[in-house]
Design a protein around this ligand. Structure first.
Ligand SMILES: Cc1cc2nc3c(=O)[nH]c(=O)nc-3n(C[C@H](O)[C@H](O)[C@H](O)COP(=O)(O)OP(=O)(O)OC[C@H]3O[C@@H](n4cnc5c(N)ncnc54)[C@H](O)[C@@H]3O)c2cc1C
Ligand code: SF4
Length: 395
């Protein structure tokens, strides 16, 4: 038994639960865990959040449950996520079998995107007796969990488990089908009662600097899909300060590269999980903060970036901004530059998707609101499944 459980106050109006985007019922699961009823505890976690076994590994707890524990004020907060790991990870690999619907409704939904939002929606919709066709341009299901987050942070056996669960539920998975190219959203709408767009945020944003199309420059999402495909050379610059930059730099340093993160603001401003920044430093990643590339050049066998220094300043309205300091040009050599400045959604996918207006087309996860987190994608899927059920007259 994890001794953390006995320190928990089992609060009535639990702050951890309120701060968790998918409202994990920590007090109820914690009580069951204390009583030794681990299977029941894991079952209620899975039913509320089929990705509990993954979110407990990849959530930024400091922002959510752990950061809001009432014991933050006086003592040390409860590490609930460790207990969730102990409960949900073996449960997903062993006992987790989604319950089959009592009866079929005759309705069908097409889902575009087999990331956590699409998979969670597929599970819940099937459990309501709705037929599901799930499309993804990748051959296998998982989205960022399979094709973004590196193995050293998430063992892919946890992602594989969802393929088994979807098979058991009769979700029809169509891998290697790019919607918008092979089939259109309007076409899916014609063949189904509703469509759920859960296509994530896979459009790599550019730095918009001269030389960005240099062969030594690649985008982090491309790199993380198949890191072993790339020969990075010795010296690697990673541009950006978010979680994608962290996965890129930590993958590069594991490949033996001399890796430096270049970030235009400073450590406190980084959107990346603070724990990951710390771990990357322990692994040997170096940082050049308040630095931004303004041009990439190749000169014979030498490839380098011209970079400038930056500084933060406060705008008149009190908000924080960053400016580039003219006259501070200097050079940084590299063999590979991995760009992780931001990602956006592919709006063009929806072009012509609404011959009859918005009716029957729903959006979930990162595709709905831009890049966020796994747990928020699951919560978004939950809300959209409720909206679809109501649209189909089943709620
Ligand atoms: C490298 C990286 C690391 C991250 N680390 C964390 C973390 O540690 N913790 C955390 O909580 N969050 C993390 N995130 C964010 C998190 O992974 C996402 O918020 C989450 O995966 C969003 O889920 P989703 O289902 O909306 O989209 P996705 O997981 O992006 O899945 C969308 C799917 O749609 C498919 N698709 C896209 N376009 C089409 C099309 N035209 N036709 C067919 N299929 C299509 C894609 O192939 C993909 O499989 C990370 C993101 C990245 C990129
Ligand atoms: S899903 Fe994430 S935020 Fe919610 S309780 Fe679990 S670890 Fe905390």
């Amino acid at each position: 038994m994890n001794t953390e459980a006995n320190r928990c106050l089992l609060c009535k109006n639990a702050r951890c639960m309120n701060a968790c985007p998918v409202h994990t019922n920590v007090p109820v699961a914690m009580k069951l865990y204390r009583e030794g009823n681990v299977e029941e505890a894991a079952k209620i976690l899975f039913e509320n959040n089929p990705f509990s076994a993954i979110t407990c590994q990849v959530c930024d707890w400091a922002l959510f449950c752990y950061g809001h524990c009432v014991l933050n004020a006086k003592k040390v907060p409860i590490r609930w996520y460790e207990i969730e790991q102990e409960l949900s990870m073996p449960y997903l690999l062993g006992q987790a079998h989604a319950e089959l619907p009592a009866e079929e409704t005759g309705k069908s939904v097409a889902i575009v995107g087999a990331g956590p939002a699409g998979i969670a929606a597929a599970i819940w919709l099937r459990q309501k007796g709705i037929a599901v066709d799930l499309y993804d341009s990748f051959p296998r299901a998982g989205g960022v969990l399979r094709y973004g987050i590196p193995d050293f942070r998430l063992d892919k056996k946890y992602v594989d488990a969802y393929e088994r669960i979807m098979d058991e539920l009769g979700v029809r998975f169509h891998g290697g089908v790019k919607i918008g190219k092979d089939v259109t959203v309007a076409g899916l709408k014609e063949s189904h009662d509703a469509v759920l767009m859960a296509a994530g945020a896979w459009v790599a944003k550019e730095m918009h600097i001269p030389g960005e199309d240099n062969l030594h420059v690649l985008h982090a999402l491309e790199f993380l899909k198949e890191p072993e495909k790339y020969d990075l050379g010795k010296k690697v610059l990673v541009v950006g300060g978010g979680n994608v930059a962290m996965d890129a730099c930590r993958t590069a340093v594991r490949r033996g590269c001399d890796t430096t993160v270049v970030y235009r603001k400073t450590f406190e401003n980084m959107p990346a999980n603070k724990l990951e920044v710390k771990e990357s430093q322990e692994e040997g990643v170096k940082y050049e903060v308040f630095t931004v590339p303004v041009e990439v050049k190749t000169d014979g066998s030498r490839t380098y970036a011209i970079v400038r220094n930056c500084e933060n300043y406060t705008r008149e309205d009190g908000s924080l901004a960053t400016r580039i300091l003219e006259g501070t040009d200097h050079e940084m050599d590299f063999d590979s530059m991995i760009v992780a400045v931001s990602e956006g959604v592919d709006k063009a996918l929806m072009d012509g998707a609404y011959p009859d207006g918005m009716e029957g087309v729903f959006t979930a996860g990162d595709y709905n609101y831009g890049p966020k987190t796994v747990v928020e994608a699951v919560q978004s899927a939950k809300e959209q499944v409720a909206a679809i059920s109501s649209f189909l007259g089943l709620a």
